[in-house]
Design a protein around this ligand. Structure first.
Ligand SMILES: [Zn+2]
Ligand SMILES: [Zn+2]
Length: 1007
């Protein structure tokens, strides 16, 4: 039974191998269920198949197709992989769906940069050729991040990989748009948007980064006009940080009660440089305290001014083009860049004596998150979703449904649960205050809006729900002069649909083979509408019961039925509003009319896109600073992986991951966890060596005893009963920690078990039992060899089965090394294709033998005390000494029964029970025993006095703190009883130790 493991642990070699194997074997694929066979994953030897009802479904937040893996991804994916592997091993049908986002702005920018290097541009190529170029780019460079994920071994179903521009997902995007449009929830309107002159598109508020910048506040004097339009010689002074916008001013506003300007009500001003007459309007929004109390109004270039313009019916004059150059409305400044124009305008005003002052001013300036260009608020025509509006035919708005999904119902139940819980409030506050969602982007790369403009009647034609073909004629006047909208949809529109679209919506197929797809029937409304295709439908949200039944019978949606709602979303706070909120809006909206698998009406709890959201924290550098390219403190996870291995990197992140806690990533820890992996590797080599020696001695471990939770007979040696009890206790804790997203607790529990209990203690003790040669015993004149083969066999079985179970426990955290060692245990003839498809250890509380835990704890304390005692006396490492001990009654038996363990681990010979210690011995005290090593050496009295004095101070401090807590009434009321019990016990023990230390100090001879 050779279990050849290389001597040294080399993560790179084993990780590459298994990463390829998992992908090639399609190990984590979950096929679309058919009605007769529920989907199953490869199963362990027990042959139990997880049933589809208990699916654990999770979507990867799709990285940008242009993206490269960073530490945030690595944390996100480590957490998802741990949870998915754990659920899969715990018997759930675990499906993790990967994919990438087409990332409109980012991808278009990438290709535009390429074109610029080639001396061309997208405008020169034209839309169609440009889009072809982007696809070519995507095929060549796109999705590198998924290749990185493959190397990291994430247990996703690669057969379900999607791209948000895929045909089937694009169908869903189009269907969602047309349904919302015909429900009266999509409109087109003039609006001040954040315009990026570099990206040449509107960007959402969320994509604008505000930065404080030193700038100026320019005060400009506008001449007041008297009767007949003649300047009166009086001026109104306005202040602005963007003087160039004055070219588009259409009024100056003052507060109605501002006494300084009462005489100017109804008067006009002359707009300098443009020589245009503009009115003074009174508006209570104006603050009298700020500046001069007079505000220039530029409705086309400022959101507040836009609102004033609406109230006072002012014209909006757009003075800039798409690249923020002054356009033909800017008079003499037309054609100038905005900042060049600014300089020119300020100089001209000064020359005309109209510049009252220039003041330093710190301004909060919005920059494009993508390209860092200063955004320009600008009036433009955009498409919006009216998220607060009742749909045609009545019912709750999208925002209201999305609020209801998170708000507790009358019974306190929530359809979606957030961890950490405070994000519920953050989400709900945002949702309460949500504005209409601007969904159009002036890009070429993306889902082009399915709306057609008529050149004749100027009305808009949007296809009917379910219609596959583009309209050929105007739905209003019948003209064939229609052209498709050039804007594309916001990327979050398509990613917001993912939970429904990846599972087949709206392309549900007919249940009758060969019958045409009836996707549009699925809401039950399509039947009516399919008869009047092309006509603008007034209401599309009614539910005809009859048609619903027919739709039910006609459609099959196996993936949707099996996997929607998904179980969990793991994501960062930064996309809570961008993505999480939109998935909730879209998911609730489009799934609500899809019947449940049993035909019943879908309730809110089943129309949500996910049942739980786990928001993870940030990964910071070792000094708790945010990583940034500017600061140069970015840690590249791939580099860390190359140096220490994926397992150690994952374990580092897991060991610090707890809800709401940022992670200060320090490679020193990763180095430590690589040493942990090495420790396990060496333990495996030791075990395999003994399996082989056992085989030579005729002892075989039947592989059938592996793969479950080990048990042990009541008369087994203490260390066997103890390690099995520890394993069960560890499994219980790890399962509980993972249930609460306490990755840190789970990781540290496994670490303590593996390194502390298993390697440091159990392996050392079990060497006593692995006796293949036997002992020579002289019996009279005969020499006999005594061998306890049965005892050796039992010890070996416990050793191997505990190790095998511990590997399964560790597997979700360190999938590679555990896969390698697990396969080696079975000598490459394992009972399943992967350790990932075996059972996760579940505790049996009846196997947590408390007596063995107490007894072993006693022995550990005793051995540790003797070792410390030896060290203080400078006993040579190899020397074997005697010891005297005074232990509490019950523990004397434990000592006698386990003398061999104490002898071996503490390197002692005899252990004498005494009531009074021999003179001159250095005593070590514990609440349960006093012990002293018998060693011929004069005690250094002053050193001993120092040690005892230090101990006394430590005990006094501990005692005072315990007493303080135990006298704190409010602590006693709030703390769980077991905590209070523990504290009381600790107090009593410390008091005892203090007494013993004081007595020892008194007993020291005077110097
Ligand atoms: Zn930009
Ligand atoms: Zn028309």
């Amino acid at each position: 039974m050779p279990h050849d493991l290389p001597k040294a642990y080399d993560p790179t070699a084993i990780e590459d191998h298994w990463a390829n194997y998992w992908v090639q074997e399609n190990l984590f694929a979950v096929p679309t269920p058919t009605s007769s066979t529920p989907p199953v994953q490869n199963q362990g030897r027990d042959g139990q198949s997880p049933d589809a009802k208990s699916a654990f479904t999770i979507l990867l937040p799709p990285p940008n197709v242009t993206g490269r893996l960073h530490m945030g991804h690595m944390l996100n994916q480590t957490e998802m992989d741990i949870l998915t592997r754990w659920r899969r091993m715990s018997g759930r049908l675990a499906l993790w769906v990967p994919g990438t986002d087409h990332a409109g702005i980012a991808t278009q920018m990438m290709v535009e940069r390429q074109l610029a290097e080639e001396g061309t541009s997208r405008q020169k190529l034209g839309r169609e050729v440009f889009i072809e170029r982007v696809w070519a780019w995507k095929r060549h460079y796109g999705g590198a991040i998924l290749e990185q994920m493959k190397r990291l071994g994430v247990s996703v179903d690669w057969s379900r990989e999607y791209f948000t521009m895929d045909e089937r997902l694009s169908v869903a995007v189009r269907e969602a748009f047309v349904r919302l449009y015909h429900q009266g929830l999509i409109y087109r309107g003039a609006y001040i948007v954040n315009w990026c002159p570099r990206c040449q598109t509107a960007i959402s508020d969320l994509e604008v980064v505000h930065q404080e910048q030193k700038g100026h506040l320019w005060e400009i004097r506008y001449p007041v006009l008297g009767d007949g339009g003649k300047p009166t010689g009086e001026f109104v002074t306005v202040a602005t940080t963007r003087p160039e916008t004055m070219l588009g001013d259409t009024a100056v506003a003052i507060h109605p009660e501002d006494e300084r300007y009462l005489h100017l009500h109804g008067k006009k001003l002359l707009l300098p440089l443009m020589n245009r007459e503009i009115p003074i309007v009174v508006d209570p929004w104006v603050s009298r305290e700020f500046g001069t109390g007079a505000v220039k109004v530029t409705p086309a270039h400022d959101p507040n001014d836009f609102a004033i313009g609406e109230r006072h019916h002012l014209p909006s004059i757009n003075i800039m083009d798409d690249q923020a150059r002054i356009n033909e409305n800017g008079g003499p400044y037309a054609g100038l860049d905005r900042y060049v124009a600014r300089k020119r305008i300020v100089a001209d005003l000064e020359a005309q004596g109209l510049l009252a002052a220039v003041k330093d001013y710190t301004n909060n300036i919005g920059h494009c998150d993508r390209c860092k260009t200063v955004v320009e608020p600008r009036l433009s025509t955009q498409w919006f979703i009216a998220v607060n509006k009742e749909p045609n035919g009545g019912g709750d708005s999208m925002a209201e449904k999305a609020r209801a999904a998170v708000r507790p119902d009358a019974n306190g139940n929530k359809a979606i649960k957030f961890t950490p819980e405070n994000y519920e409030k953050i989400y709900l506050n945002w949702m309460e205050d949500i504005h209409d969602w601007c969904i159009s982007r002036q890009l070429w790369w993306g889902h082009r809006i399915p709306a057609w403009h008529c050149a004749d009647c100027h009305k808009i034609t949007v296809p009917q729900p379910g219609a596959k073909d583009d309209p050929k004629t105007c739905a209003h006047c019948g003209s064939n002069q229609i052209t498709q909208e050039t804007d594309v949809l916001d990327t979050w529109f398509s990613s917001g649909l993912l939970p429904v679209s990846v599972f087949g919506w709206p392309n549900f197929t007919s249940k009758t083979p060969g019958a045409p797809g009836l996707a549009h029937l699925e809401t039950g409304e399509g039947i009516r509408e399919s008869n009047n295709l092309g006509a603008p439908g007034p209401s599309h949200s009614g539910t005809g019961e009859g048609s619903k039944d027919r739709a039910d019978a006609a459609l099959s949606r196996p993936d949707f039925d099996a996997f929607y709602p998904t179980s969990l979303l793991v994501t960062g706070f930064d996309i809570l509003f961008f993505w999480v909120a939109r998935m909730i809006m879209m998911g609730c909206w489009f799934s609500k009319d899809i019947p449940m698998p049993d035909g019943s009406v879908r309730k809110l709890e089943n129309s949500v896109p996910f049942k739980e959201v786990y928001i993870h924290a940030l990964v910071l550098d070792a000094n708790r600073e945010k990583m940034s390219k500017v600061k140069g403190n970015v840690i590249d996870p791939i580099q860390v992986v190359k140096q220490y291995g994926t397992d150690a990197t994952r374990f580092t992140l897991a060991s610090m991951a707890a809800p709401g806690t940022n992670i200060a990533f320090n490679v020193a820890r990763t180095e430590g966890y690589r040493a942990f992996a090495n420790k396990i590797w060496n333990a495996a080599r030791f075990i395999f060596m003994n399996i082989d020696r056992a085989a030579e001695a005729g002892i075989k471990v039947d592989p059938a005893v592996l793969g479950q939770m080990p048990t042990v007979s009541a008369d087994a040696p203490l260390e066997a009963r103890w390690i099995v009890a520890e394993l069960h206790a560890t499994a219980a804790k790890v399962n509980e920690s993972l249930n609460n997203y306490r990755f840190d607790e789970a990781a540290s529990t496994i670490y303590q078990f593996f390194w502390g209990s298993f390697c440091d203690w159990y392996l050392e003790i079990v060497k006593l039992r692995l006796d293949f040669e036997g002992k020579q015993v002289v019996n009279g004149t005969k020499v006999e060899i005594l061998r306890d083969l049965e005892g050796t066999r039992a010890a070996l079985v416990t050793l191997v089965s505990v190790f095998e179970a511990a590997l399964r426990l560790l597997s979700p955290f360190m999938p590679f090394i555990t896969e390698e060692l697990w396969n080696a245990i079975y000598d490459s003839n394992p009972p399943a294709s992967s350790i990932a498809l075996t059972k996760f250890p579940q505790a049996d509380t009846s196997c947590i033998d408390t007596e063995s835990l107490i007894d072993m704890g006693f022995l550990q304390n005793l051995i540790t005390a003797i070792r410390a005692n030896r060290k203080d006396l400078n006993v040579e490492e190899k020397a074997i000494v005697d010891a005297e001990i005074n232990a509490l009654g019950g523990f004397r038996k434990v000592i006698d029964k386990n003398l061999a363990i104490i002898q071996r681990l503490a390197r002692v010979n005899s252990v004498r029970h005494v009531d009074r210690f021999s003179d001159g011995l250095l005593k070590y005290s514990n609440p349960n025993f006093d012990v002293a090593v018998v060693y011929e050496k004069t005690i250094d009295i002053s050193a001993e006095r120092e040690r005892l004095t230090k101990d006394i101070a430590k005990y006094e401090k501990g005692l005072a703190s315990a007493e303080r807590q135990l006298s704190n009434e409010s602590f006693l009321q709030k703390a769980p009883p077991q905590v209070v019990e523990g504290l009381k016990k600790q107090e009593a023990e410390t008091r005892l130790l203090l007494e013993k230390a004081r007595a020892a100090l008194n007993a020291l001879p005077r110097e």
